[in-house]
Design a protein around this ligand. Structure first.
Ligand code: MN3
Length: 199
């Protein structure tokens, strides 16, 4: 069974002005699509064809680098599209409690996340993760790695992620990655983050 490019759960222009339609169109239709195509090529005829993308990530050290790069790319972008929506808002309930317990406040969590996004040299991702004990933490990964991977420095279940590759923001923000990270908070789909936190 080959992996497929998931549909965006909203229109290309849904996240404007924070993320522009042209960026979304290229990012989903070209970049994510290429990760899916190349992942399928890299696992063709192997046992990995029968696995979920999560299970592939968890044992990524057993696979060739093409699976790490493209499998990570597929998992990361699939998560990224779902944790955004036009609605915005703020976390509530158990997720809000866990954020306050781990970081002191939502603003402190955002500041730490944005610092992780800005501090990732080159290309990569910033993450809010749930660790094995259920506690929240902020981390970042290079390239298309993610915290599910057995090679990750800090491991956990990603519940929110921000793509900080230049292809994710360059058309609208050029070199201003911190402005993009700040704008991201206007389009976070907290209901989806809460769902992933509760899973
Ligand atoms: Mn990307």
């Amino acid at each position: 069974m080959a992996f497929t490019l998931p549909n965006l759960p909203y229109d290309f222009n849904a996240l404007e002005p924070h993320i522009d339609a042209r960026t979304m169109e290229i990012h989903h239709g070209k970049h994510h699509n290429a990760y899916v195509t190349n992942l399928n090529k890299a696992i063709e005829g192997t046992d990995a064809e029968k696995l979920s993308i999560e299970d592939i990530c968890k044992n990524i050290s057993k696979y060739p680098v093409a699976v790490r790069n493209n499998g990570g790319g597929h998992f990361n972008h699939s998560l990224f599209w779902t944790v955004m929506s036009a609605k915005g808002g703020s976390p509530s309930g158990a997720l809000a409690d866990a954020i306050n317990a781990a970081f002191g406040s939502l603003d402190e969590m955002k500041a730490k996340f944005n610092a992780a996004a800005a501090g990732r040299f080159g290309s990569g991702w910033a993450w809010l993760i749930k660790d094995a004990s259920g506690k929240l933490a902020i981390t970042s990964t290079p390239n298309q790695d993610n915290p599910l991977m057995d090679v990750a420095e800090v491991k956990g279940t990603p519940i929110l992620g921000l793509d900080v590759w230049e292809h994710a923001y360059y058309l609208n923000y050029q070199n201003r990655r911190p402005d993009y990270a700040t704008a991201f908070w206007n389009v976070v789909n907290w209901a989806e983050v809460a769902k992933r936190f509760g899973a």
